[in-house]
Design a protein around this ligand. Structure first.
Ligand code: NAD
Length: 457
């Protein structure tokens, strides 16, 4: 699509928004119901598309993509009326006769750019908030997950109001042209490097952004927990989706004395999950493209650590076996960037204090995980580190609870969503002070001419 066509698309959406079409709460609910229908009436086709894109097994697609969406849609349908109501705020003595409240305005025409690794969820979850808040939306699915992108581009106009919700497909060239347009908000999910491109383009129009980026999510392991449980929960958080999850485990920080047992438990659990021949397992995903495979293999080939499990690979099948690398040092290639693949580095650390120092010497992670039954130690980690979110004694699960805000901090992004936070993300809370006209006698002191008696604050 040429730049002029994008300009027209955004202009049309602005006209729709200005007509007030997306404003009534009943309209928003109706669109949310249709979004729910889109998912539930096309589940099999959606799972098939995601399978073609990243070989995601159906059970994983249900758990990570559609179930969370359906829960969020149901919450939004039930709550949108309440969320949209003005919220009263407290007043001080000068405003006793007034009413003061937050009026909830939609932002206008917003752009949502999705990523390929959860191509249904990462495009449609922000859309729930954008619709609930009363916006017009331009959606840009990732070109990397092309089967899902094409399917959603067909389904969305069939189910949703195409005057208010439009889909643009394409890659870097199309996104670059689209970003020249003026939006009222840009919601981007993807890498930190591209996040900077988005923010620069948005700055041109002073458009606010939500950036859902990546990073290296660490796991701190303490001796107070059952290592069998740690291994199962870490393996799930690392190797689901072939390691391609933004909140997936990136690396383990582990005291040396716990390692032999933990590695043994990890090997056991991997056999339990994927059998003796991982490649033949129907439950193990693949890389999305050659480019992604090559990047992760480059990191594995360059590591100075010791591969203690896995490592077998097949580029033609975009396959890398779940791989564990021990004795990884801070300067190792595996520790320089987000791995986003099925490699689990284990870094030796003396204790939790050293783990905190290690984490704080790096960019702020999207999620931090800790396995411990020592509350004082948990409090210490919570108080002395900064990350988007934390899950204690499990991995990734914070993202499934929509009463918790989801998002990053620092290099892992900014802004937050899920549940009511998604509504807030696409809403301007306009502060309103409503004053009666009959209180002139109470405010006489503010008017000139001034004298000593009129100094009242
Ligand atoms: P991607 O390649 O799908 O890119 C995301 C979007 O950016 C796509 O729509 C793509 O077209 C667009 N894009 C890519 N390059 C661009 C450019 N130069 N200019 C303009 N647009 C461009 O996704 P990815 O970046 O490979 O995703 C992986 C990263 O995303 C990882 O770092 C991961 O941690 C992160 N991620 C974060 C979250 C989160 O919720 N915080 C979720 C998923 C993925």
């Amino acid at each position: 699509m040429a730049e002029a066509a994008y300009a027209q698309l955004v202009k049309d959406a602005r006209v729709t928004f200005a007509r007030g079409r997306t404003l009534p709460v009943e309209y928003r609910k109706e669109q949310l119901v249709k979004l729910r229908d889109l998912i539930s009436e096309n589940e099999e086709a959606l799972y098939e598309a995601v399978y073609k894109d990243v070989r995601r097994p159906k059970a994983e697609a249900i758990n990570f993509e559609t179930l969370m969406l359906l829960n969020e849609i149901n919450t939004a349908i039930a709550e949108v009326k309440n969320w949209s109501k003005p919220t009263k705020v407290s007043r001080n003595v000068l405003q006793l006769t007034d009413s003061a409240y937050l009026h909830k305005d939609p932002l206008g025409v917003v752009l949502i750019i999705g990523a390929w690794n959860y191509p249904i969820n990462l495009l449609l979850a922000p859309l729930i908030g954008a619709i609930a808040a009363g916006n017009c939306v331009i959606l840009k699915p990732s070109e990397v997950s092309q089967h899902t992108a094409e399917l959603l581009a067909q389904l969305i106009p069939k189910y949703l109001d195409s005057e208010a919700i439009k889909v643009v497909t394409g890659g870097v060239e199309e996104t670059t042209a689209l970003l020249k347009q003026r939006f009222d908000h840009i919601f981007y999910t993807g890498s930190t490097a591209v996040g900077k491109v988005i923010m620069r383009a948005a700055a041109e129009h002073l458009t606010p952004v939500t950036l859902e980026l990546g990073g290296k999510c660490p796991v701190i392991v303490e001796k107070s927990v059952d290592l069998g449980i740690v291994a199962r929960r870490v393996a799930w958080g690392k190797f689901s989706s072939c390691g391609q999850t933004c909140v997936g485990v990136d690396y383990l920080l582990c005291p040396p004395e716990l390692k032999p047992k933990l590695i043994e438990e990890l090997k056991k659990v991997l056999k339990e999950f994927y059998g003796d021949d991982v490649k033949a397992s129907q439950d193990y995903c693949r890389f999305a493209t050659d480019r992604h495979f090559d990047r992760v293999m480059g990191l594995l080939n360059a590591t100075k650590g010791t591969v203690v499990h896995g490592g077998s690979h097949d580029k033609a099948d975009l396959f890398l076996e779940p791989t564990i690398v021990d004795n990884v040092e801070a300067d190792d290639p595996l520790m320089q960037e987000e791995i986003f693949g099925p490699i689990l580095p284990i870094v030796n650390i003396a204790d939790t204090k050293a783990a905190v120092a290690h984490i704080n010497a790096r960019e702020k992670p999207l999620a931090l995980y800790m396995f411990s039954s020592d509350q004082a130690s948990i409090d210490y980690v919570l108080n002395s580190t900064s990350s988007g979110n934390v899950t204690i004694n499990d991995t990734m699960m914070h993202m499934s609870l929509d009463t918790l805000p989801f998002g990053g901090v620092g290099n892992s992004g900014h802004g937050r969503y899920h549940g009511k936070f998604s509504f807030d993300c696409f809403t301007h809370e306009k502060g309103v002070l409503h004053r009666p006209t009959g209180v002139e006698k109470m405010i006489w002191m503010r008017y000139p001419p001034f004298d000593e008696k009129k100094i009242y604050w």
